[in-house]
Ligand binder design. Structure first.
Ligand code: 0O2
Length: 267
């Protein structure tokens, strides 16, 4: 296939990857805006390189005319979660979306691969709009924890380095590292509630402070400088004391003051 034709064929996949990254990042934002813990920690994506598509087609005996039907991971999205429980939450989020239709799912967490590889894979159909109209593409979504991702990244580099001939002692090390990842993920799940509580408290506090600062900034436009400086000093004192209840009370009172000024400016 000519290089120009390859480019044309792969362009819609790049669009799908860009759109999906944006959509999954929006989910993270939605959780953060309501001060809730996001099951998604990070999203990345890539379009398979032409060399890698040719290599996979040869390995699987796929003719290059049919590669975009037969190779399911030309567009790939990787979702990283903090905890194993989050992975299944993300799977549910994807299953319930109307812009992705599930083709297949593989749970390599429940059933790890022989190599020790663990991850949840979903192949979804996703539509992109191009000048030639709607195009239905397949996208592979890999969902894994930070620990699983660490293992898979190292193992992938070693596979590349040894090109199918990985020495036995390295394979054994990787196998015991995979066991360690299982234990690490299990241990982290035990403390999950505490970690989530700490993260939620931090996000809630950050949102309250952001609201207060916006209110103070707006008050500078309508209230006397003296009054705003007094409010600001009060805020610094409460913030330094570090009591979240006091901070929330202060934020509510400031909301009322701001509303009063807004009402006055309307009359
Ligand atoms: P790349 O470079 O990441 O794109 P298979 O025939 O089983 O090899 P299949 O049927 O295409 O592969 O799908 P599968 O098994 O679900 O794996 C698809 C992708 O999962 C792989 O893509 C890897 O990204 C990842 N993966 C699967 N097994 C392993 C593993 O043992 N170690 C690591 N590090 N990753 C794995 P590609 O195209 O192989 O590679």
């Amino acid at each position: 296939m000519e290089i120009q034709l390859w480019r044309e064929t792969l362009e819609p996949y790049a669009l799908a990857v860009d759109e999906l990254i944006l959509k999954f990042e929006y989910i993270i934002d939605e959780y953060r805006h309501v001060g809730a813990y996001s099951p998604i920690e990070q999203v990345t994506g890539r379009v398979k390189t032409i060399a890698s598509i040719i290599e996979k087609s040869q390995k699987k005996g796929i003719s290059l005319e049919h590669f975009n039907e037969k190779i399911e991971d030309i567009a790939g999205i990787r979702i990283i979660c903090q905890f194993v429980e989050d992975i299944y939450k993300v799977v549910d989020i994807i299953r319930n979306r109307s812009d992705m239709r599930i083709k297949s799912e593989k749970d390599y967490i429940d059933q790890a691969k022989k190599s020790g590889y663990r991850s949840y894979h979903m192949i979804v159909y996703y539509d992109v709009e191009t000048l030639k109209g709607k195009k239905e593409l397949q996208v592979e979504i890999q969902i894994r924890t930070l620990a699983m991702n660490f293992w898979a990244t190292i193992e992938h580099s070693l596979q590349y380095k040894y090109n199918q001939n990985m020495p036995e002692h390295i394979r054994e090390r990787l196998s015991s590292a995979a066991e360690a990842v299982i234990i690490l993920d299990r241990e982290m799940s035990v403390v999950r509630d505490e970690i989530m509580d700490a993260q939620n408290t931090f996000t809630i506090k950050a949102n309250i402070v952001a609201d207060i600062l916006t209110n103070i900034q707006n008050l500078y436009k309508v209230a006397s400088k003296q009054e705003v400086i007094k409010i600001q000093d009060n805020f610094f004192r409460i913030y330094q004391d570090g009591d979240q209840d006091d901070l929330e009370k202060f934020s509510r009172e400031l909301d009322l003051i701001s509303q009063r000024y807004r009402a006055q400016s309307l009359h």
